[in-house]
Ligand binder design. Sequence first.
Ligand SMILES: C[S@@+](CC[C@H](N)C(=O)[O-])C[C@H]1O[C@@H](n2cnc3c(N)ncnc32)[C@H](O)[C@@H]1O
Length: 246
Amino acid sequence: MKTELFTGDSREIMPQHGPYDMILADPPYGDTSLAWDRRVDGWLEGALAALKPTGSMWVFGSMRFFMATGAIFAAAGWRYAQDIVWEKHNGSAFHADRFKRVHEHVVQFYPNDAKWSDVYNDVQTTPDAAPRVTRRKRRPTHTGNIEKSEYISEDGGPRLMRSVIYMRSAHGRAIHPTEKPVALLEILARTSCPKGGLLGDWFAGSAAAGDACGITDRNYIGCEIDADMANLARARLQSTLFAAGQ
Ligand SMILES: C[S@@+](CC[C@H](N)C(=O)[O-])C[C@H]1O[C@@H](n2cnc3c(N)ncnc32)[C@H](O)[C@@H]1O
């Protein structure tokens, strides 16, 4: 499998290396006044053009981020598909008079001119079904205008993965302040990038997604603008992929 991490601005570098089966974007959310937390403009058009016709993009962000940028995604040609909530074991408490935030959102977008049924989407399952019954899940009547969809959940068999996913953050062993858990990135890669396909990581940070690709047999190209972080990320990829025999 190919694993490559570029140092530089993803707006210039990443579109040259596609087309991608899946794009992962974990940009600075712009929620705080910290120097590194500045929203990045002008990357959505290049990402759209670098995607395969069957591709989609998963974007990490806070609710504040998506409320501020939703119209920008739409104007750049992206359509909302679904979102998941990553529930973490720790969180941020920016304000003592609000809830401590222990979750982040990950939203999947696909091109406005694509058909959802053409988008690669291998919904993941969990093997933890317990009831001794067979259930046929059908759309409830109030979702009548959504395309037909049905699945069967059997005793002990697989269940569709839930949209709220609990996973410990990488806090304590991370090399990046906002590093995402590899196991969560694995789920996204398995769902939206075919085996042997190419995942493009627009804001690579620690390149945790590179590890996820190594584990799941996907090719990986990432880009990180901070040269020191990019070096750390490359060292991480070398050690983890070497350990995995790749
Ligand atoms: C939220 S962090 C990504 C963390 C990463 N997902 C991980 O698991 O480690 C965002 C990263 O994007 C980088 N960045 C910001 N602007 C960029 C740009 N134009 N091109 C490439 N990387 C950029 C920042 O330096 C930062 O490391």
